[in-house]
Design a protein. Structure first.
Length: 179
């Protein structure tokens, strides 16, 4: 969808892009009932898919990928079209090298968002033992040392992800800044 909004000649592509940007600002409480109804129809309520599916179809991905692909020169895509008319080849050789950084940033942001979810797991899972650690930390009223230790352990995966992707993240953010 991001490449379609970035490189197509659709008449209302800017209006559609604006709708995706506005959808990013909607709080979870607005989409909670439609999500619940869809998950009931798909029979995924009470499962991990009820958390994963909204993250996969998040408007953040469309907006981020669109912003990156808009900066790909049209001449490059035309050159790839001359070599091959396959959409797969156009994506792999023309779009993917430029969008790779956006994909890395999207993975990091989505992982951090999913790791810190509190409201969605509360609505999806009924059993206390199925709740993620983020919910437990939000409701923990024990000794401050225990809460601090659990918080430190909880943040380790985010720190590892940041350090693993740090170079790529800084490079891509610098490219955004320079554009």
């Amino acid at each position: 969808m991001g490449s379609l909004l970035a490189k197509s000649k659709l008449k209302y592509k800017n209006a559609i892009f604006l709708l995706f940007v506005l959808a990013m600002f909607m709080p979870y409480q607005i989409t909670m009932l439609p999500h619940y109804m869809i998950f009931k129809c798909l029979s995924v309520d009470g499962t991990a898919w009820a958390i994963i599916l909204p993250m996969i179809f998040s408007p953040l991905g469309v907006v981020l990928i669109t912003l990156f692909i808009r900066n790909i020169p049209d001449e490059l895509i035309e050159a790839v079209k001359i070599d091959s008319s396959s959409l797969w080849d156009i994506f792999i050789h023309g779009i993917y090298p430029y969008a790779q950084g956006a994909i890395v940033i999207l993975i990091i942001f989505t992982f951090a968002e999913a790791w810190n979810l509190v409201e969605q797991p509360l609505n999806v899972y009924n059993n206390l033992y199925e709740q993620p650690l983020s919910v437990l930390l939000a409701y923990m009223k024990y000794d401050p040392e225990i809460v601090f230790a659990a918080s430190v352990i909880y943040i380790i995966p985010i720190i590892i992800a940041y350090f693993y992707f740090q170079e790529s993240l800084e490079e891509q953010l610098q490219l955004i800044k320079d554009r």
